[in-house]
Ligand binder design. Structure first.
Ligand SMILES: Nc1ncnc2c1ncn2[C@@H]1O[C@H](COP(=O)(O)OP(=O)(O)O)[C@@H](O)[C@H]1O
Ligand SMILES: [Mg+2]
Length: 369
């Protein structure tokens, strides 16, 4: 997958950006606060995802402007696509794909596959279970469009169930009404659990190999899916009726407690992924350097899995990663992404591995100079 042309105007401080990226490496260089990360962010948002650094949509438009426009031409193994985003302070945002205006962003998400690594991604290791669930869910969604459907359904059912729990807690509804939501939650939750389990198993294998290399051969990174419904031995290659029934039974068992507290304590909304380095929980025991390497390796493994499955490489965005890594580690990373188009930012181009040839984009006050 290749971005063959990009145009951005009015996204944060970016103005009059228009360029033809290199097929391989695009190195965005400039001092702090010039718009390097903004450039990655604008391209990323064209994949239909929310900002990778948690920016609010209302802050996408430059403070001194009323609208933004951004667009790319994207080549995948089938055809050239044109993706466009227009945003206006009054009318909100709209995507278009190949000239057709879209209702939401789903259609661009299904076309433009990209993976970003930013300094905050250490939170995948250090942060709350939600960060790890989001990582796995994003990876599963990119691989399998059905996963998004199940996830949306699961979230909708969870909201309904929680609303009902509160109503029952207040004596305004009957506990028997829970069953209808629990049946639905079990039907989708069992599938999500299975897909998460299969994904973590796959990424665990790849992360193990990659981390061994990046750490010089003596450290072991492992990932294990922690479902709060199933044990590891419960999983089968596919979700079956027994798995759905087990999920339902678990929901049923926790119903009394859930009613007393007014929230659901059981199900995919409470899952986690246990990440270990040399057998110890990385969240508690790993050093800063280990945490950073582990998070990076997880993103690279995500790219590797996507490429193996779809035979098309995702576009890679690396924000401020290379500068801190020695030549060996950089060489290792460039080797993994060698068949992918990469956009990376750095304040210091001399810190990039010698011999990495690509396009240098110099950013100054939101423009490429
Ligand atoms: N909505 C906005 N309108 C205009 N400028 C913005 C907006 N949001 C952020 N900026 C500016 O973007 C710059 C930071 O850009 P960023 O891409 O993070 O820099 P860096 O080159 O260090 O990666 C700052 O100068 C900031 O003031
Ligand atoms: Mg930056």
């Amino acid at each position: 997958m290749l971005i063959t042309f990009a145009q951005i105007n009015g996204f944060k401080n970016l103005a009059d950006i228009s360029f033809t990226p290199d097929e391989k490496y695009n190195i965005i260089v400039g001092p702090n606060a010039q718009g390097k990360t903004n450039l990655l962010e604008a391209l990323w948002i064209l994949s239909g995802c929310k900002s990778f650094r948690g920016s609010k949509e209302k802050d996408y438009i430059a403070i001194d402007k009323d609208s933004l426009s951004a667009g790319i031409k994207l080549l995948d193994c089938l055809r050239e696509h044109k993706i466009r985003l227009d945003m206006n302070r009054n009318n909100g945002k709209s995507f278009s794909l190949n000239g057709v205006k879209l209702k939401g962003s789903r259609a661009v998400f299904d076309v433009f596959k990209c993976i970003a690594f930013i300094p905050d991604d250490v939170d995948i290791i250090k942060g709350s279970p939600e960060k790890r669930r989001n990582f796995i869910d994003m990876a599963c969604s990119q691989l399998n469009p059905h996963f998004v459907v199940y996830l949306n359904k699961s979230n909708a059912v969870l909201n309904q169930r929680n609303a009902l729990l509160k109503a029952v807690m207040l004596g305004k509804d009957n506990p028997d009404s829970l069953e209808i939501w629990d049946r639905q939650a079990a039907a989708v939750g069992a599938v999500i659990s299975n897909m998460r389990y299969q994904y973590v198993k796959k990424i665990n294998d790849i992360c193990g190999d990659l981390y061994k290399t990046i750490s010089g051969g003596n450290e072991i990174l492992s990932l294990e899916y922690k479902s709060n419904v199933y044990k590891q031995a419960d999983f089968n290659p596919y979700c079956n009726d027994a798995a759905v029934q087990k999920y339902f039974d678990k929901l049923h068992e926790s119903a009394d407690y859930d009613i007393r507290t007014g929230v659901s304590h059981t199900g995919v909304n409470r899952d986690d992924v246990l990440i270990r380095i040399n057998g110890l929980n990385a969240k508690d025991y790993a050093s800063q350097g280990q945490i950073k390497s582990a998070a990076l390796v997880m993103k690279l493994a995500q790219a590797e899995i996507f490429m193996r499955k779809s035979k098309d490489a995702p576009v890679i965005f690396l924000d401020d990663v290379m500068g801190e890594l020695d030549e060996n580690r950089q060489r290792f990373i460039f080797n993994i992404v060698k068949d992918m188009q990469v956009f990376l930012t750095t304040p210091n181009e001399n810190a990039i591995l010698p011999g990495i040839n690509g396009k240098i984009l110099r950013m100054k006050e939101g423009r490429i100079v």
